[in-house]
Design a protein around this ligand. Structure first.
Ligand SMILES: [Zn+2]
Length: 966
């Protein structure tokens, strides 16, 4: 028989038109309360729930009796938790760190609430396109099946032709097909009843039985009676049969629900009574050969798998495999949802800041608690648990598909921002406490000598100029740096200080090179009381190091940088005389270190070319800024009126160059963008690229979208370029001619590149934005958008709350290294990876060293090493997450192993396909007593590691593993 599984659901956004708290009070709380009452009353009815964040808000106020009823409903299979991560995340903008973290947070909450549920199915119907990183993460976490919906109309048409709405979603790089996950794509446009029962929306509207007095509704349903039940059953069945014909088996999934449904008690009765009457009638007609009932997503997939068994097959064998992703998304042709890759870039950046600072706080807390436990003492850090949980949830919530996307109302943005800033303040406090503990000479050391210092990234985000650090000759100031990476790191530390003559010494008392740069109080005036100190710090893996800064006699100590200007009025600098300011000649309009030379335009100051010095090869890399005029752009949609132009840009902006022994840079001051390009004078990978920082202010604009544009000599004649997906993997993109500009836009969260046979140009990024290549050799990144109008997707407003917004990048030009290129016959042309240098630059952009200051230098130890050694080359320490409520371990170690190309780039590349590591020898002051491998979100224990071989693990390229440590 045809098996019809009807699944009642309510799509509940934790923030969109209202804040999460308002939605909870007004709707979600009632939906959940009604759910308990009605599922008990109607044992045949079912319900599914996706977001743990709403469950956690609700659970706090539930009496123990209701809590056990909920457990019972889950056990009976009447209620299914689908996804169960903190939110149903956006798939375009988040980094995989935050995606995994919010999944762990949701699953740990389910466990701590005693729900004893391990979600097996993903229900992700609303994100605006789908990344191929998510199926990998879900599969690694132990899920069996996924349901998705919002996919480009033409892709749906193609899958319909091939009868392939169900497929095994595999990864390009997964040659042994170990990481694929069974997926259903819903065939129609939306997840409401109108678009779910079958192809005819007007018929489906006859089967939405919600009727609330005074509420306007599209529904055309009338009550099912003995008189109409036969006719109505036949009508509904015609839709079920039509929908089932799209699938390869006799089971069909029919969701009934919409946004914030089942919040009214009466809707439960209306839907249940009418549907049950229809089911009873349908099921009592043997000649129809149909069985219809309420069920969950699990019911549906169980039936599908049973029908496979019936055919002596399995989903792996029976269904096709598909790889790749589903971007960009369009629901009406010519309207592309590619604007949200950039919308509200300030908040996207803020989310990244919380992410990296949360990670530092997690690692420091895990180490401090480990050491306190070993010493048998109390660290005082146990009370960090609640605060750390809050910060995790501040980050997790924002990964919601109307959070980081920027597609929420302006007052909801403010609510999210407050939470992100709360998270940032909280983790700063926690990190400070952990560092104070780790550097304490004894238990009774005076506390609170250490304070956090705003690092460069954070200073860029806050509008006000930070007060300079006061450095005197007698005492000096200690700067404590925390390197959170599992490898040695060179960092160019930048601090704002009040004097121009200092010496800097490291934790062994050795002087280190330093440089003093000017701080500008206006476009052309240099401050005489504030200076930027830059010094080179070499930091061990997962370690703290203290550096001393002391004032010295003028002319001694730090190198003063040289300043040259272009397009400046003469004699503009009157206030500070120690810096020599001269007009720039061609020589000063270049930046150079041992590896490369970059040249800049003598009129605009913008980058022109990059030369790789050791082979003498030059690549054109011309940068400029352009604007799209918006036609139908909104928070979701990008719809420009034509190509981007530069007519609104200054053609002879103020330009200044700064040259010094450690860093040299060029500033271009446009009205809308302050653009800085910087080169580092170091030998490592930091010196292999150019750092680009933009500060964009769109507040004077109307209906405009601003891009940074690169015109290069790369000959990607087939129109292909590459982007990352959630920072985890690369994917090939192709510029399609004959479709509009906006259809060629993609998400860009960590890196994107263009290449030809001799050269690859990579742009690495610290924040998510939209990226495109609109022509051969071209690359563009959208930086901000200011839009007056709503784009008719339910939000009801434009985007006018722009802020001064920073964005940071590294530009890297790499030459092909053909000698190391070995042909691999099995490798797909779609398979592409960044070089190891790019991976390391992305790490440096994200995980800058945490900066702290201390006045009483003698009060604490000068350094601390958490790791005894670096991780093997190509391994990344994703997190050392504190376990706050003991589940038999103390911390969770998350490790990723990069996959990288050897075709481009200078880095030697002889990494084994499988590399091993002894966890026992990794930590410096801690002894592991047990370690085990777990599924990605810790739902399942997979393998106990053996102590007698040092808790040894091994990882292959692209692996992402979780280990419980004790
Ligand atoms: Zn939604």
């Amino acid at each position: 028989p045809l098996k019809v599984i009807v699944v009642p659901h309510s799509h509940s956004d934790p923030g969109w038109q209202k804040t999460i708290d308002r939605y909870f009070e007004d709707q979600t709380r009632h939906t959940l309360n009604n759910m308990v009452e009605k599922l008990v009353k109607f044992p045949k009815m079912t319900f599914i729930w996706a977001e743990s964040v709403f469950l956690s808000l609700w659970w706090r106020d539930l009496d123990p009796g209701t809590q056990s009823t909920v457990r019972m409903l889950i056990q009976r299979g009447q209620l299914e938790i689908v996804v169960g991560s903190w939110v149903v995340p956006d798939e375009a903008n988040p980094h995989y760190f935050a995606l995994v973290d919010q999944m762990i947070e949701g699953h740990e909450w389910l466990r701590s609430a005693g729900l004893a549920v391990k979600p097996r199915n993903v229900w992700s119907l609303d994100p605006f396109g789908y990344s191929s990183t998510l199926p990998f993460l879900y599969q690694q976490a132990g899920y069996d099946n996924m349901v998705i919906l919002r996919v480009h109309e033409k892709v749906k048409a193609e899958l319909q032709n091939r009868k392939s709405f169900e497929f095994n979603w595999r990864q390009h790089w997964d040659h042994h097909n170990r990481a694929s996950i069974f997926t259903q794509m819903m065939p129609y446009r939306l997840y409401n009843i109108k678009h779910s029962c079958g192809p005819d929306t007007s018929i489906c509207l006859e089967f939405d039985f919600r009727k609330i007095a005074g509420e306007s509704s599209e529904s055309r349903a009338s009550k099912i009676t003995d008189e109409n039940v036969d006719a109505k059953s036949r009508l509904l069945l015609s839709q079920y049969i039509a929908k089932n014909s799209l699938y390869k088996h006799n089971v069909v999934l029919i969701p009934i629900g919409d946004d914030f449904r089942f919040d009214r008690n009466i809707e439960w009765d209306q839907q249940y009574d009418n549907y049950q009457k229809l089911f009873d009638h349908i099921n009592s007609q043997p000649e129809w050969n149909v069985h219809a009932r309420f069920g969950t997503i699990q019911t549906y997939f169980n039936e599908v798998k049973a029908s496979m068994q019936h055919m002596n097959s399995s989903t792996d064998q029976f269904f096709p495999s598909l790889s790749g992703d589903f971007f960009p998304y369009t629901d009406e042709l010519q309207e592309y949802w590619t604007g949200y890759f950039t919308t509200r870039p300030y908040d996207k950046m803020l989310s990244r800041e919380l992410e990296v600072n949360l990670r530092s706080a997690e690692i420091l807390t895990s180490l401090a608690r480990g050491i306190a436990k070993k010493a048998g003492g109390r660290s005082g850090l146990l009370d960090a648990s609640e605060r750390l949980t809050e910060a995790r949830r501040d980050l997790a919530l924002f990964q919601h598909h109307d959070g980081i996307t920027g597609t929420e109302k302006s007052w909801v943005v403010t609510d999210y921002e407050q939470r992100l800033i709360h998270g940032l303040k909280t983790v700063a406090e926690i990190s400070k406490e952990a560092v104070t503990y780790l550097l304490a000479k004894s238990e009774d050391t005076k506390r609170d000598t250490i304070r956090m210092s705003a690092n460069k990234s954070w200073r860029l985000l806050s509008d006000e100029q930070a007060e300079p650090i006061s450095v005197s000759k007698s005492d000096g100031v200690s700067v404590i740096l925390f390197n959170s990476l599992g490898r040695q790191k060179e960092e160019l530390v930048q601090l704002s200080i009040n004097t121009d003559s200092v010496i800097v010494t490291d934790d062994q008392g050795r002087p280190v090179t330093s440089q003093i740069n000017p701080v500008w109080t206006s476009d052309s005036q240099i401050s005489s009381r504030q200076f930027e100190l830059v010094f080179l710090a070499r930091l061990n893996p997962v370690s703290l190091h203290t550096f001393q800064i002391k004032a010295v006699k003028q002319g001694l100590g730090s190198h003063l940088s040289f300043i040259h200007t272009l397009n400046h009025p003469p004699k503009s600098n009157k206030h500070h005389t120690r810096f020599q300011v001269r007009p720039a000649t061609e020589k000063e309009l270049s930046l150079e270190n041992d590896a490369l030379r970059a040249t800049f335009s003598a009129s605009t100051g913008f980058l022109q070319s990059v030369t790789t010095k050791h082979i003498g090869k030059t690549t054109r890399t011309a940068v400029d800024f352009r604007m799209y005029k918006s036609r139908n752009s909104g928070a979701y949609l990008f719809g420009p009126a034509g190509p981007a132009g530069d007519s609104e840009m200054d053609h002879s902006p103020l330009v200044r160059t700064i040259h010094g022994p450690l860093v040299s840079e060029i500033h271009v001051l446009q009205t809308l963008v302050n653009h800085t390009v910087r080169i580092y004078n170091t030998t490592g990978h930091l010196g292999s690229g150019l750092e680009i920082t933009n500060i964009v202010d769109m507040r004077t604009q109307d209906q405009r979208e601003l891009i940074m544009h690169f015109d290069t000599s790369i000959e990607n004649t087939d129109g292909t370029f590459y982007t990352d997906q959630n920072g985890l993997q690369s994917i090939q993109r192709r510029h399609f001619k004959g479709v509009p500009t906006e259809a060629n836009y993609y998400p860009f969260t960590a890196y994107g590149y263009l290449q030809d046979s001799s050269t690859r140009l990579t742009l690495a990024a610290a924040q998510p934005l939209g990226i495109s290549s609109q022509d051969i050799g071209r690359l563009e990144v959208m930086l901000d958008r200011r839009l007056r109008y709503d784009d008719r997707r339910g939000l009801g407003e434009g985007v006018l709350d722009n802020r001064r917004t920073p964005s940071r990048f590294f530009l890297l030009v790499e030459r092909s290294n053909r000698r190391s290129m070995r042909r691999k016959s099995s490798s797909s042309p779609l398979l592409s990876y960044p070089s190891l240098s790019v991976h390391l630059l992305v790490e440096d952009l994200r995980h800058y060293a945490l900066q702290m200051l201390s006045e009483g230098n003698a009060a604490h130890k000068q350094n601390f090493s958490g790791f005894a050694r670096s991780l093997p080359c190509g391994f990344h320490l994703v997190n050392l997450r504190s376990v706050l409520h003991s589940n038999g371990s103390d911390a969770t170690l998350l490790l990723h192993r990069y996959a990288q190309t050897c075709v481009y780039g200078a880095a030697p590349c002889s990494l084994p396909s499988e590399a091993s590591l002894s966890l026992a020898s990794l930590f410096n002051n801690l002894r592991l007593t047990s370690a085990s491998k777990a599924s990605l979100s810790l739902m399942y224990d997979q393998q106990e590691l053996k102590e007698d071989d040092g808790f040894s693990i091994s990882m292959s390229a692209m692996d992402l593993h979780a280990y419980r440590l004790k």
